[in-house]
Design a protein around this ligand. Structure first.
Ligand code: HEC
Ligand code: HEC
Ligand code: HEC
Ligand code: HEC
Ligand code: HEC
Length: 393
């Protein structure tokens, strides 16, 4: 994560103190600030503004730890693209604000007194996932979160927050609608890549029940990954302020050196036969194979080679002459525009699985199923024998 400079640090500190004050005062600062105003002065970890309504001595030490942890996390990273994307527009569009700013989130759930379920107007830039996003008395009343598939999923407490923002923006049905009635292997210039969006952990977690993936007809999909008690919510694994995965508790049930090494399955899904590696390695291998297969299909069936560039939207680009370089028109890269229904749905699933770096822990079964089915679907017109690949679903 990029470090913020001192100026924005100070600005941020002032703004979140304001937010703690406005939104968190009742929920978070449970201790009486007047009881011992000098307590903990010696261990306050960084300079707090001494003037104004905020006095260092009024900050509870417990809060201080939470603040410090949060401050180092992605949620507080003011420099991140996830919060800077709208700088030039100088306001965040309502459609984006519910997840890209605490203020937008509160507007979306009606926690600011506005109507629930909609952000009424543009939101000021500069917000992050602040304290009042999760520490908000009104959140307790949000008992259901709508997913892009249309699913209304019941939630409890702070889970409502994580599930709202980490659900992605599309579902398999969007792809289904886009390709409906078209011949599977005929390129259609109207088809555009459907991007599931980013950090789609909650969508992975709900699996087939959440319907985030393109689910092939006639196939069964694993539902929500229940894992094992007491691992039942996002915060069973993620410390809610640092956002890091706390590995120690995993070791009650797993034997591994890192989360990435965890494996329970005794079968190899990737055809390597290697079951000493974490399940993540199987997912990565099959994802790699799927991307290669999509490219082969683009070249051999759609007759229009593609290049994938993960650093720029929309990620899949045209390389009509097959020289491995992205085609340019007027100095601009040409987005891939020779999609067929078959390649589009496979690319969508590939992106969905890889948009969640934690899919191996959030729902390894669903990830493996989507990858397998997508490879199998492409193998048919390519004349690939699935048996030769030795994959497991
Ligand atoms: C359902 C919640 C949600 C909505 C709605 C949403 N986003 Fe996001 N978006 C996220 C999350 C979560 C991330 C964080 C991904 C990461 O960087 O870890 C993200 C990341 C991004 C990024 C950074 C991508 C990168 O490569 O780092 C951009 C740009 C972005 N969103 C644009 C938009 C735009 C534009 C809209 C509105 C049209 C929008 N988002 C609506 C949840 C959402
Ligand atoms: C992404 C959601 C989220 C954000 C943002 C967040 N918190 Fe928390 N916070 C939580 C959760 C979840 C808990 C644990 C509650 C529980 O266990 O019942 C918690 C607990 C706390 C606690 C209790 C002590 C502890 O660490 O468990 C304090 C104090 C606290 N938060 C302060 C803050 C402050 C101050 C901020 C802003 C700097 C903040 N939180 C931002 C989710 C969040
Ligand atoms: C208001 C929307 C919102 C809410 C609520 C929210 N997140 Fe996030 N989360 C984001 C965005 C946006 C990012 C990307 C931030 C960035 O790129 O700096 C992110 C990043 C993350 C990351 C990756 C951190 C990193 O360093 O890259 C994790 C893990 C995470 N969130 C978990 C959670 C959990 C767990 C909860 C609930 C307790 C939660 N989030 C609630 C929007 C949200
Ligand atoms: C079983 C434990 C577990 C649960 C439950 C869990 N996660 Fe994760 N999460 C992980 C692991 C492990 C990673 C990957 C960390 C890595 O490999 O660096 C991860 C990664 C993430 C990331 C990507 C972080 C990054 O570095 O970009 C986000 C965002 C995230 N989780 C959010 C959530 C949300 C939201 C929930 C609840 C819907 C959730 N997680 C539930 C274990 C868990
Ligand atoms: C209470 C016991 C328990 C704890 C604690 C626990 N797990 Fe698990 N984990 C399981 C069980 C049981 C499964 C198999 C579930 C299934 O496949 O339905 C599993 C499966 C997994 C898998 C998939 C392995 C595979 O081969 O399919 C991963 C990855 C994983 N856990 C990661 C984690 C991480 C990371 C943590 C800590 C943040 C954690 N688990 C904590 C019991 C636990």
């Amino acid at each position: 994560m990029k470090r913020v400079n001192f100026k924005s640090f100070t600005f941020l500190l002032a703004s979140f103190l304001l937010l703690v004050f406005i939104f968190g005062a009742h929920d978070v600062q449970s201790q009486d600030a007047d009881a011992d105003p000098g307590a903990g002065n010696g261990i306050i970890p960084f300079a707090l503004p001494q003037s104004g309504p905020f006095n260092a001595a009024d900050i509870q030490i417990e809060n201080n730890d939470a603040i410090m942890d949060w401050f180092r996390s992605g949620h507080a990273n003011v420099a991140s693209e996830a919060f800077r994307h709208w700088d030039e527009d100088e306001e965040i569009r309502p459609a984006c604000a519910s997840c890209h700013s605490g203020e937008g989130f509160r507007a979306f759930h009606g926690l600011d007194g506005s109507e629930a379920g909609v952000v009424e107007g543009p939101i000021d830039v500069g917000g992050v996932v602040d304290c009042g996003t999760c520490h908000n008395a009104g959140l307790a009343e949000v008992d259901v979160v709508r997913f892009p598939s249309g699913l209304m999923h019941p939630v409890q407490g702070v889970e409502a927050a994580c599930m709202t923002c980490h659900q992605g923006r599309t579902a398999g049905v969007n792809v289904e609608t886009a390709i409906s009635g078209m011949n599977l292997d005929t390129p259609n210039a109207e088809l555009r890549f459907v991007n599931p969006h980013y950090a789609t952990a909650a969508a992975s977690w709900l699996g087939g029940y959440g319907g985030a993936g393109y689910q092939y007809e006639g196939r069964d999909y694993s539902g929500r990954f229940f894992h094992a008690r007491p691992v039942s919510t996002c915060n069973s694994c993620h410390e809610p302020h640092t956002l890091e995965v706390e590995f120690e508790p995993c070791l009650t049930c797993h034997q591994a050196n890192t989360p990435q090494d965890i494996r329970i399955s005794r079968q190899s899904y990737s055809g390597t036969g290697d079951t000493t590696v974490g399940i993540r390695a199987d997912i990565q291998a099959n994802a790699g194979l799927l991307l290669d297969t999509i490219k082969t299909y683009a070249r051999d069936v759609a007759a229009a080679p593609m290049v994938y560039d993960g650093t720029r939207y929309p990620y899949f680009f045209l390389d009509a002459n097959g020289d491995a370089a992205i085609d340019q028109i007027d100095g601009q890269p040409v987005a891939y525009n020779v999609w067929t229904p078959r390649s589009l749905r496979a690319a969508y699933n590939w992106k969905l699985v890889t948009a969640d770096p934690g899919s191996y822990a959030h729902n390894p079964h669903y990830a493996l199923e989507l990858l397998y089915d997508s490879i199998e679907d492409l193998s048919d017109p390519l004349g690939i024998d699935m048996d030769d690949l030795n994959l497991l679903r």
